[in-house]
Design a protein around this ligand. Structure first.
Ligand SMILES: *[C@@H]1O[C@H](CO)[C@@H](O)[C@H](O)[C@H]1NC(C)=O
Ligand SMILES: *[C@@H]1O[C@H](CO)[C@@H](O)[C@H](O)[C@H]1NC(C)=O
Ligand SMILES: *[C@@H]1O[C@H](CO)[C@@H](O)[C@H](O)[C@H]1NC(C)=O
Ligand SMILES: *[C@@H]1O[C@H](CO)[C@@H](O)[C@H](O)[C@H]1NC(C)=O
Ligand SMILES: *[C@@H]1O[C@H](CO)[C@@H](O)[C@H](O)[C@H]1NC(C)=O
Length: 426
């Protein structure tokens, strides 16, 4: 009975909050080659390339967007918000690593430019953004700091706190003749000790860019696709490069079942049952789109097996997409931004926001979060009631605690109800 009441109240407040939200959320400009991370109940989108950056001179964005995924929304009106704090430089072709324990986003590599002058503004290969203090810092690290690079992909091992960034192209943004030195080193950063180290190069793949990297629960990183050797040769997508993070070794494997179309600038997510879903990308050398944008690699068999799933509701599927962001949120694969292929500057516009239900490979337009546990919901409601009527003293410890934790939220909230909803991340 009590539970029902709480749910009713919850729905009531969700409706209020939703209606306010719609008015507040922003419609972001198009972008591609951005970095994205999921931390708690927010997806952050950092930087990217855009032709809609005016009045700033650079096409490289310094903007940070986020999306609150604690509430439902429709892809026609996703509740994007812009953080008032920007990245201290324009950033694209970089990797963002989440550290949920520390509430920090690490930004590694990529293009770094002054957004006003469009000139190179490289200061460090690694920057960190503290979500509580809203401060950007260059971490003081030990070990050999990797050289500049972009067009990379990487993974973080949540349990060990180590992140892995392989290869990339050395970023001589100012256009020296050596602007396409492609790398094949494995750089490892420990977010607990702030120490850099280097993985084995024995049997490492050829220098590679624009691939995906996915960490399996057994500690194996699966590298899929991309371009190698001066970026002119496409990697055979059935030839998987694997890096065993536990053994520091590079085994390889030929995936079977389907002979897949090779691709680069695609995306990959890992499902809870250890399938890797890839999406989009372009062909080498003509930049044409791939026929089967969506493919699945089952890593529970040896060798791994590719398959091409039967897809429903293709009317809701993005157009041929590359250089986009893909994040798995519960049962949904979120595809955001990117370019339409074949790439032409004038066609940068879409895609914008697409959602794949991975349980049955259906493209959906409505996102419904899994219900969160009741304790948290009650906390939110107390917080919402208390603060919205301004009777902070009546809210009691719980509300106060949430309020305190989210004080920084004031920065980004224009009304009080909104402030309370951000509480879900605690
Ligand atoms: C963009 O570049 C032009 C020409 O160099 C300059 O006059 C203008 O101030 C720049 N814009 C910004 C926002 O710095
Ligand atoms: C990270 O670790 C936490 C707890 O250690 C876990 O709840 C969470 O699902 C992990 N996230 C990922 C992406 O593995
Ligand atoms: C640039 O390339 C030339 C010729 O390959 C080489 O001699 C030189 O060392 C390179 N410079 C850098 C900074 O890598
Ligand atoms: C092999 O690929 C086909 C076509 O995508 C798929 O129907 C089939 O399930 C796959 N078999 C295995 C064992 O993955
Ligand atoms: C896909 O699965 C979801 C969740 O089980 C279900 O609600 C939806 O109706 C399914 N869609 C199709 C087309 O089967």
């Amino acid at each position: 009975m009590i539970r029902m009441n709480i749910n009713n109240i919850k729905i009531f407040f969700l409706l209020i909050i939703l209606s306010i939200e719609i008015g507040q959320s922003v419609i972001p400009v198009e972008r591609y080659s951005l970095s994205s991370v999921l931390i708690d109940k927010r997806i952050y989108f950092l930087g990217g390339e855009s032709y809609h950056h005016s009045p700033k001179n650079s096409t490289t964005l310094d903007q940070i967007l986020y999306l609150d995924i604690s509430k439902p929304f429709n892809t026609l009106n996703p509740p994007f918000e812009i953080l008032p704090n920007t990245i201290p430089f324009g950033s694209s072709y970089a990797i963002a690593f989440p550290s949920s324990q520390k509430n920090v986003i690490y930004l590694f590599g990529g293009i770094t430019v002054n957004v006003n002058t469009d000139l190179d503004d490289f200061k460090s290969i690694l920057h960190s953004y503290n979500l509580e203090t809203n401060e950007w810092t260059i971490p003081t690290t030990s070990g050999i700091v990797p050289g500049r690079r972009k067009d990379i992909s990487g993974v973080i091992n949540n349990n060990t706190g180590k992140f892995y960034a392989f290869g990339g192209v050395s970023d001589q943004y100012t256009g020296t003749p050596n602007n396409s030195i492609i790398l094949n080193d494995m750089n490892i950063f420990d977010i607990n000790t702030l120490a850099w180290s280097i993985g084995s190069i024995i049997n490492a793949p050829l220098p590679r860019v624009d691939y995906t990297a996915t960490l399996l629960s057994n500690g194996i990183i699966v590298f899929i696709g991309g371009r190698e050797t001066h970026a002119v040769r496409v990697v055979d997508i059935n030839q998987l490069a694997l890096y065993d993070t536990k053994a520091d070794e590079w085994p390889s494997m030929t995936a079977r079942n389907v002979t897949m179309e090779n691709r680069f600038l695609h995306s990959a997510v890992l499902t809870p049952d250890e399938r890797i879903i890839i999406f989009g990308g372009r062909q080498v050398p003509n930049d044409n789109p791939v026929l089967n944008q969506l493919a699945v690699l089952n890593t529970k068999t040896t060798p791994y097996e590719w398959s091409i799933p039967q897809v429903s509701a293709i009317g809701n599927m993005p157009l041929t997409t590359a250089a986009h962001s893909a994040i798995l949120v519960e049962n949904y694969m979120f595809i955001n931004f990117g370019q339409i292929t074949p790439f032409k500057n004038s066609q940068i516009q879409l895609p914008f926001f697409f959602i794949l239900d991975i349980r049955n490979f259906t493209w959906v337009t409505q996102y419904e979060p899994e219900p969160s546990d009741n304790g948290k919901q009650i906390g939110i409601i107390i917080g919402a009631v208390g603060i919205s009527v301004g009777v902070v003293t009546v809210v009691g410890f719980l509300g106060y605690k949430y309020y305190k934790k989210q004080r920084q939220g004031l920065y980004i909230s224009r009304d009080r109800l909104r402030l309370c909803l951000t509480v879900t991340t605690t």
